[in-house]
Write a protein that binds this ligand. Structure first.
Ligand code: GDP
Ligand code: MG
Length: 162
């Protein structure tokens, strides 16, 4: 069985864009409208010659109701089934209450977690990423899923957790 890397985070932080970056092709659906990915979607990926499965999830929202509750449930299942988790935060927004709650859930899971500070499109955005040390998950990896900035280093670190 291939190791599994789950991608979780609030809606619209760039999870699906990051999945496409990992895959090197546009397969995960990216939308400006939050909440497009509803289920867990599995893709076969490879990095540094190592194959693994990457799982895209819908945005995890605390206290979600209706469809959002089911999307959140899927994200929780994805964490349970994963060998390691990429927790994606929007560095341009910073850590929100919802992000803090996801951290609690991740801690409870006991899974190895890599904190990804996304939307760091240029060097001047790196200071935004550094504020995410406050989440207590260790070093935030600044990336731009959109442009590919920093994703190589981040994937080196992520795959070393698998
Ligand atoms: P998801 O809901 O977390 O899967 O987020 P998506 O991947 O669908 O992206 C949500 C929006 O953020 C889209 O408009 C993306 O183009 C945009 N986005 C994703 N990654 C980046 C990034 O690195 N930089 C910038 N500026 N925008 C991004
Ligand atoms: Mg998505």
């Amino acid at each position: 069985m291939l190791p599994v890397l789950a991608i979780v985070g609030r809606p619209n932080v760039g999870k699906s864009t990051l999945v496409n970056r990992v895959l090197g092709r546009r397969e995960a659906v990216v939308q400006d409208v939050p909440g497009v990915t509803r289920d867990r979607v599995r893709y076969r990926a490879e990095w540094g010659g190592r194959p693994f499965v990457v799982v895209d999830t819908g945005g995890w929202e605390y206290d979600a109701k209706g469809i959002n509750a089911r999307v959140a449930e899927q994200a929780e299942i994805a964490i349970e089934l994963a060998d390691a988790v990429l927790f994606v935060v929007d560095a341009t927004v910073g850590a929100t209450d919802a992000d803090e709650r996801i951290v609690t859930l991740l801690r409870r899971s006991g899974k190895p977690v890599l904190l990804v500070a996304n939307k760091v499109d240029s060097p001047r955005d790196e200071a935004d990423a550094a504020t995410l040390w406050s989440l207590g998950l260790g070093e935030p990896y600044p990336v731009s899923a959109l442009h590919g900035r920093g994703t190589g280093d981040m994937l080196d670190a992520a795959t070393s957790l698998l």
